[in-house]
Design a protein around this ligand. Structure first.
Ligand code: B3K
Ligand code: ZN
Length: 868
């Protein structure tokens, strides 16, 4: 909590630490409310100076300090630091502290998740365990001795290898761990508890035998198999695609119920939100299975990109996160459908990431100024960061990219590196000038590409003119032209691709857009072509090109780039939405364009299309992404258009939805990509059929379902279409799953995102459900997060009651869990697209929060920016 006004840290102010810590020996005596930590470090002065040693520490009770074994009182304690002066060039520092894990509701540092102890140290949680140089450029060899009650905590885990253990007289036991790899404190982990353990092995390419262990709550062993398969698949993939091998003899994953985010890549001991570990057919959906594979992969890939080479300072976070997201996206794409993965990622960029760029928290993927680091684990740093890596991959090609990655890892192995180091390695390995490309790291905001064209029939010339412009963002007024890879193809009216010729020779599909305005001439173009622009979403930009409906229909049917086929449908939908909003504003009846129905029909009837892709093509953008089409818009009007469009498509194509439904029933449940694709398409069809009033079919699916994907799809269809059957299904589901929080989260989420004015009251009622708790981040996200971020119409009720609910929750979480509070506040600070009335309602409430006497740094940073 804030004592004084929170301070801004600037990237430019980076200074190497005054001291290095070479080794840290931890001795941790676990007790619920009085855990004692003895930390012995070998410290070395960095260069000649007489600076103090300033250690970070928060919420610690200091018991003893000794230098070279001699107890000392020559230290100062300020709010969050311990300062030692007049130190020798090298010395051993011993610090004894006491902490209270049971009272730690912030879930940062050492805390209790249910009956187990666990830790979360990234970004700055280690300072809640002991006084330390808690910064990522201080790398030490850790050894950790854990002592705890043997009955309650039979498993005592930490990083590295188990090197000793013993039993004590008082019913307690101990285990000693040694991590041979120097690491920053944020990668430290400790877990103590009683678990079921799933064990397996992996033999690496060079023959290292690795023990794989997944720790889950007792009784959940049967739900850990998919996580184990995903782990082995990740290890194999990293060897095959990136030639990277695992480096310890053991890899452990622990699933816990109380966790602020998805998972954490601690060296050799990942701690996971149980949501990303536990799965079986009866409790997990197809998407849950895919998410588990993705997150297990992500954390595993961090072992190289993040752990072996870490970040010099937290401003460089995207160095490990953007790169590791890129790696997990490639992993998922190699194992499943590349196009569908691409589409799902692009939906995130175009929806919430573009909204972040347009809001008060806009920042470059490498931020320049930070108050609370935890606020910068953002879609920009992660997802846009991955897009930046993907653009490098597009520009360099797979081979040069892999050479660059190898060079970067080999050059900086065991070090804390910067984004500049990464780009330098990529540039060296490929011979490409990336100087302009580097601007992506420092410039925030979403570039707009405006493309115009001219066809000269006589000469057979086609000229594209590309203008780029990045509108100012809240953090940065001036914007410079970026290096944008623009992938394109040209199509004839018959849908045939035209070979790209320029300067008398064939050229590749990727144009280097470098200037504010640039034009590209294509020769030997037989007729006026339709350009397929931004193939594969080759850059995270907004594209403006004045496509005619027929051109979009052509691309949707014929384009060889599957992403563009999907995108053409999206553009057609966007055009329709813009048109219909205008019609409603003119008090006209919105019209359903023939061409849209035709494209949907052609998509449904296309027997060659992958079913998962079909499902994506037939799914409209969500309201959040549609909001991004407008400078400002009446959200209820937009929602009416969105709902009406789905309704119209449901009715217009009803026989085809029925057929898609019938054709894609899967007789038995298998986790297999073909079957998942069938279910995806079938359930999209079910959604439309529900809107067309086919309640009986929805009920039948709910009753017959033998898997969570189909159960939830039926329940969702009923809720979205507001079918009378929905209450019975919801009641049945609750009775079945009320004791399983993870499963019940689906039930909370569904009700929180239900249309209708009664939703708010329902959410309030659900907050009193016995399985709901404000102390569990998963529950909070499923109910409160889903309502405020996933139900824009009800959250932005004109009476402000949606805002009041969120503010009440924030006031509580501000004390108990500032990180979770800070995530939840997002929809309140991204109000730019809303009307004046709502913005006023929001402002009043943000001002109230701002006036809280003990506002956390996390909320302070976001709210003060929103109010500025
Ligand atoms: N590195 C962690 C995120 C830590 C978030 C701290 N607030 C998980 C991940 O990105 O893999
Ligand atoms: Zn990560």
């Amino acid at each position: 909590m804030t004592q004084s006004k929170p301070q801004v840290q600037y990237r430019e102010d980076y200074q190497a630490p005054h001291y290095w810590i070479d080794t840290l020996d931890l001795d941790i005596q676990l007790h619920d409310s009085a855990t004692e930590v003895v930390a012995i470090s070998r410290i070395r002065r960095n260069g000649e100076h007489s600076e103090d040693l300033v250690l970070d520490g928060e919420q610690l009770e200091l018991l003893q300090v000794a230098v070279n074994g001699v107890e000392t009182r020559q230290y100062q304690q300020t709010g969050n630091s311990l300062i030692l002066s007049q130190l020798p060039p090298e010395f051993v520092l011993t610090i004894k502290t006491r902490i209270n894990p049971a009272a730690n509701t912030a879930l940062e540092g050492l805390y209790k998740s249910g009956s187990a102890f666990c830790t979360q140290c990234e970004a700055q949680g280690f300072r809640r365990i002991t006084y330390y140089l808690d910064r990522p450029d201080v790398l030490a060899r850790f050894s950790t001795r854990i002592t705890a009650d043997a009955g309650l905590y039979p498993y005592l885990l930490s990083n590295g290898n188990r090197v000793g253990q013993g039993v004590l007289d008082d019913g307690r036991h101990w285990v000693q761990w040694q991590d041979p790899f120097p690491k920053p404190a944020y990668l430290f982990a400790l877990v103590a508890g009683d678990f079921d353990v799933l064990r397996d092995r992996f033999t690496t390419h060079s023959g290292r035998e690795v023990a794989l262990e997944i720790y889950v709550d007792k009784g959940n062993l049967h739900r850990a198999g998919h996580a184990m398969d995903s782990l082995k698949a990740s290890m194999a993939w990293d060897e095959q695609r990136c030639h990277l091998e695992y480096d310890l003899d053991i890899y452990m994953i622990v699933a816990v119920d109380f966790f602020n985010m998805g998972a954490m890549e601690n060296k050799g001991l990942n701690v996971f939100n149980a949501k990303f570990v536990l799965a079986d057919a009866s409790t997990a959906t197809d998407n849950d299975y895919l998410d588990i594979e993705r997150v297990i992969g992500h954390e595993y890939f961090h072992n190289w990109t993040g752990n072996r080479v870490t970040c010099r300072d937290w401003f460089q976070l995207s160095l490990k996160e953007g790169l590791t997201v890129f790696r997990d996206q490639e992993f998922s794409s190699d194992l499943g459908s590349r196009t569908v993965n691409r589409i799902r990622n692009v939906r995130i960029i175009r929806g919430p990431q573009f909204a972040e760029d347009a809001g008060p928290m806009a920042h470059p993927i490498r931020p320049d100024a930070v108050i609370e680091m935890n606020n910068f684990y953002t879609l920009t740093v992660y997802e846009k960061g991955s897009e930046v890596i993907r653009m490098l991959h597009t520009l360099l090609g797979e081979q040069a990219f892999q050479r660059g990655l190898a060079l970067y890892l080999q050059r900086h192995d065991g070090q804390a590196a910067t984004c500049d180091d990464f780009v330098a390695a990529m540039s060296e390995a490929s011979g490409r000038d990336l100087s302009r490309f580097k601007r992506w790291y420092g410039q925030s905001g979403t570039p707009v590409l405006t493309v115009t064209d001219h066809y000269d029939a006589e000469a057979g010339h086609y000229r594209l003119t590309v203008r780029q412009h990045t509108p100012p963002t809240r953090d940065q007024q001036e914007k410079l032209p970026l290096h944008i890879p623009l992938s394109l193809a040209l199509y004839t009216e018959q849908g045939e691709p035209v070979p790209l010729m320029s300067g008398g020779r064939g050229i590749g599909p990727v144009l280097d857009v470098l200037e504010a305005e640039q034009s590209f001439l294509f020769e030997q173009v037989p007729s006026r072509p339709t350009p397929a622009l931004l193939q594969g979403f080759s850059a995270p930009v907004k594209l403006h090109y004045d496509y005619g409906d027929e051109q979009l229909a052509l691309l949707a049917k014929c384009c060889l780039d599957e992403f563009v086929r999907w995108d053409a449908v999206q553009m057609l939908v966007n055009k329709t939405v813009l048109e219909q909003v205008a019609q409603l504003q003119r008090q006209q009846q919105p019209a359903l364009p023939r061409v849209l129905v035709d494209v949907f029909r052609a998509t449904l009837e296309d027997a060659t299309l992958d079913r998962a892709l079909k499902a994506e093509m037939l799914t409209l953008p969500d309201l959040g992404s549609l909001l991004e089409l407008f400078e400002q818009v009446d959200i209820e009007l937009l929602d009416r258009v969105h709902q009406g469009l789905q309704q119209d498509l449901a009715v217009a194509l009803r026989p085809l939805w029925r057929q898609a439904y019938e054709d894609n029933l899967t007789p038995e449940y298998r986790i297999e990509h073909q079957d998942m694709a069938r279910r995806a398409l079938k359930n999209v069809a079910l959604g439309y059929l529900a809107l067309a009033g086919e309640a009986e079919r929805v009920e039948r699916q709910y009753a017959a379902a033998d898997n969570m994907t189909d159960t939830l799809a039926a329940m969702k269809a009923a809720v979205r279409a507001d079918l009378a059957e929905r209450e019975a299904m919801l009641a049945d589901f609750e009775a079945k799953w009320r004791h399983d929080g993870l499963v019940l989260d689906n039930w909370f989420r569904l009700q929180a995102t239900a249309p209708g004015a009664e939703t708010l009251a329902r959410v309030r009622e659900l907050m009193r459900h016995p399985t709901f708790s404000l102390g569990n981040p998963n529950r909070v996200r499923a109910l409160i997060g889903a309502f405020s971020a996933g139900n824009p119409v009800q959250f932005h009720r004109a009476d402000g009651a949606g805002y009041d609910l969120l503010v009440e929750v924030l006031e509580q979480l501000n004390h108990s869990n500032p990180q979770v509070a800070s995530r939840l506040v997002t929809p309140l600070i991204q109000s730019a697209r809303l009307d004046e009335g709502r913005r006023h309602l929001i402002r009043v409430r943000l001002e109230r929060l701002m006036a809280l006497p003990d506002l956390s740094r996390d909320l302070f940073e976001k709210i003060s920016k929103a109010l500025a």
